[in-house]
Design a protein. Structure first.
Length: 295
């Protein structure tokens, strides 16, 4: 067996308890072969709740970088990736490769700090990756507290959520970026998520670019972990808000900012890009109008 070193890329912002829970679950992974090592690269975007300090205290081998609150999640992930390639990270259960440089990783693992991995998740991801080959991305499906799949691979133009199989991997076209294993060969071909996308769509765009480059993607069997986030805010779908407010929310950086959405549509949905570009904003306006009339 060849040695495997996972460069785990994480970002955080004012979620100290959740970030620590995600790191604890990562540290408690079981079933990993003896030749597997981990190096965690966490980029914190201006937390005011003591997240970086708590991580340094409880997980001193984790490489922590603090940046400004104006740094987007996608950009923070890119910084974590850069850090994984430039060295840093100590030894230990969540540190760099003992006796070797951090840039010697064989895989990157995107791990959202709102996900607690189940005990055998990494072992399953690695087994699936070994079976699929070094030119395939492996996605870990994530469920909520009720057992429903909320993040996974995606299929088709409508980005339909892929349910994980019980025993066999499932093909997908792209993926949510919560738990994603990217082998070095794929990284060298596709690179990081594109900086044009700040919060959303960067993971979907990465998956589409990977597929265009001939990279296959699979959802590993079973669920990799559980999402500990609370309910998402209603955003542009909040009942009772007016059309202007609904459009303000849907075009915000948290939902579908027009420039980034146009780049995504132009890259991946031509010749339907003009129609798909307009459709979510039109649906939002129509939904708000009908809601107001019914109210």
């Amino acid at each position: 067996m060849h040695p495997v070193h996972l460069a785990v890329l994480m970002t955080s912002h004012d979620r100290r308890a959740r970030t620590l829970s995600a790191l604890r679950a990562l540290e408690e992974q079981r079933g990993l072969p003896a030749w597997t090592t981990l190096g965690v690269h966490l980029v914190d975007t201006g937390s005011t709740d003591g997240t970086p300090e708590a991580v340094r205290l409880r997980h001193p081998a984790v490489e922590v970088m603090s940046v400004g609150a104006d740094v987007s999640r996608n950009q923070a992930l890119r910084i974590a990736s850069r850090n994984s390639r430039s060295g840093g990270g100590g030894g230990g259960p969540l540190g760099g490769t003992p006796g070797g440089p951090s840039h010697a990783w064989t895989h990157q693992l995107w791990l959202d700090d709102g996900v607690e991995l189940f005990g055998g998740a990494l072992a399953t991801l690695l087994r699936t990756s070994e079976a699929a080959g070094s030119d395939a991305v492996v996605v870990g499906a994530v469920r909520n507290a009720y057992g429903d799949t909320v993040y996974s691979g995606r299929r088709g133009r409508s980005l339909t959520l892929v349910e994980p199989g019980a025993h066999r991997p499932e093909r997908c076209d792209t993926y949510d970026g919560r738990v994603v294993l990217v082998p070095r060969a794929v990284y060298d071909l596709v690179g990081d998520p594109d900086k044009v996308f700040r919060h959303r769509m960067g993971d979907y765009d990465h998956g589409r670019r990977a597929r265009r480059a001939g990279v296959a993607a699979f959802v590993a069997p079973g669920h990799a972990g559980e999402c500990v986030d609370g309910p998402a805010p209603p955003g542009s779908r909040e009942p009772g808000i007016g059309v202007r407010e609904a459009l303000r929310r849907v075009t915000s950086v948290r939902e579908l900012p027009p420039r980034q959405w146009w780049v995504y549509c132009l890259r991946h949905t031509w010749p339907w890009a003009p129609y798909l570009m307009v459709s979510p904003y039109a649906r939002t306006a129509a939904r708000a109008t009908v809601g107001r009339l019914r109210g």
